[in-house]
Write a new protein. Structure first.
Length: 409
């Protein structure tokens, strides 16, 4: 939903009703990650995407239906050899999509969530996608120090149960404070980690396994600022790394102690250009880096690299890579041992940075660096896809949960 937040905010501010279809589960070679969204307003305008084209038409119609009847629904789109012309994914994956109608002013949690997302304020939306009658679509919006909305069953929704609701014996007819407290706490923890995914709780708030009777399944979407890429060394290769970092969705900062090189004119694509010693700048950023942060050390100059890497390799960042020849790499490791780093800490350093693509130019080198960052983050083998038979998407190994209804193709 993050990619379409600006348009959703505009619809919301104008009082226009709309429906949002969100990918809440994937398996196999599904084209989009959980959290991808398509929205349709009351006039039929569509924005966003859930599949890159495979099932957009069917999801569009589900959104129109949700606007008309006011009922959320969970759908599964998959592949079937029996009917190659039915709606589904030609790639052979499975996609679970939750469609929720939204009327501005009707739900405090969704109202607050859309506002937070549009403003860039970190927020997690926890929405019930499977569970008892009356709770489907119930939402809480959670920030670091507050939350909006309630998980009290909706009488209107209970009067119009959807196919996804549980049997009558498991329907809840009263507020669920324990469930709400647990959902808020778990969503806040996921927000802190920048995670998006499913959460299954019992009525008393206890974590449960998928498929247990009487449980409530939430889809928690964490909206946090873009991950950071810190590029140290204002060299010609850095400009290409900045461009590809922006392409990958990072907030990119270039830092160099030499003011003649570290200029906005030389790095127009960077979000920020800083003139400072690299290690000193990193020390000033400790409250703004996390497990998604990427550090690219391109100076290959010991007086800059060693103080910087001594700190960086002890921080809980996602990736630390350093440019240089193999001789530079060996010398750098020796110096890092001399300043007290352990072998485990030194082992976190990706050096020489980048995959072996035979790169020569700055642009080719940037592709090499970006490829290693993606592979390291996603668990890729770095082998050609044609060389293997396993799953293409390494970080989507868990099978998608069973939703209420299904489409096959």
């Amino acid at each position: 939903m993050h990619d379409i937040a600006e348009q959703l905010q505009a619809w919301h501010a104008s009082g226009r009703s709309f429906a949002v279809a969100t990918v809440v589960g994937v398996s196999g070679s599904a084209p989009r990650d959980p959290g991808a969204a398509l929205a349709v307003d009351a006039a039929g305008e569509a924005i966003g995407s859930v599949s890159g084209g495979c099932v957009e038409g069917a999801v569009y119609e589900l959104c129109r239906e949700a606007i008309a009847d006011g009922q959320p629904v969970l759908e599964r789109f998959g592949y079937s050899d029996e009917d190659a012309f039915a709606v589904g994914l030609t790639c052979g994956g499975v996609l679970d999509v939750f469609v929720q109608p939204i009327t501005p002013g009707a739900d405090p949690a969704l109202d607050a969530g859309i506002t937070y997302i549009a403003s860039g304020t970190p927020v997690a939306l926890a929405r019930v996608i499977e569970g008892p009658a009356g709770l489907l679509g119930a939402t809480v919006a959670v920030t670091a120090d507050s939350h909006h909305g309630s998980l009290s069953p909706s009488p209107a929704a209970a009067a119009h149960p959807s196919p996804a609701t549980a049997p009558p014996t498991t329907r809840f007819a009263r507020p669920l404070p324990s469930l709400e407290r647990a959902a808020v706490a778990e969503a806040r923890a996921m927000l802190d980690a920048g995670r998006t995914g499913r959460l299954v709780l019992g009525a008393d708030g206890r974590p449960c396994d998928e498929g247990q009777q009487g449980t409530v399944t939430f889809f928690v979407e964490s909206y946090v600022p873009a991950p950071r890429m810190l590029v140290f060394g204002a060299i010609d290769f850095a400009a290409a790394v900045v461009r590809i970092g922006k392409f990958l969705g990072y907030h990119v900062t270039v830092c160099d102690a030499r003011p003649v090189f570290a200029t906005a004119r030389r790095f127009p694509d960077a979000d920020q250009v800083v003139v400072d010693w690299p290690h000193r700048y990193l020390d000033s950023q400790l409250d703004r880096i996390d497990g998604r942060t990427v550090l690219c050390v391109l100076t290959h100059d010991a007086k800059f690299d060693i103080p910087l890497l001594e700190r960086a390799l002890r921080l809980p960042v996602g990736f630390v890579g350093a440019m240089g020849s193999r001789r530079t790499h060996r010398d750098r490791n020796t110096r890092l041992r001399e300043v007290g780093l352990t072998e485990a800490e030194i082992g976190r350093l990706r050096s020489p940075i980048g995959l072996d693509l035979g790169a020569r130019t700055p642009e080719e080198t940037a592709v090499s660096v970006a490829a290693e960052i993606v592979a390291y983050r996603r668990g890729g083998s770095c082998l050609p896809l044609s060389a293997g038979e396993g799953p293409i998407h390494h970080d989507l190994a868990r099978p998608a949960e069973q939703p209420s209804r299904s489409h096959a193709a």
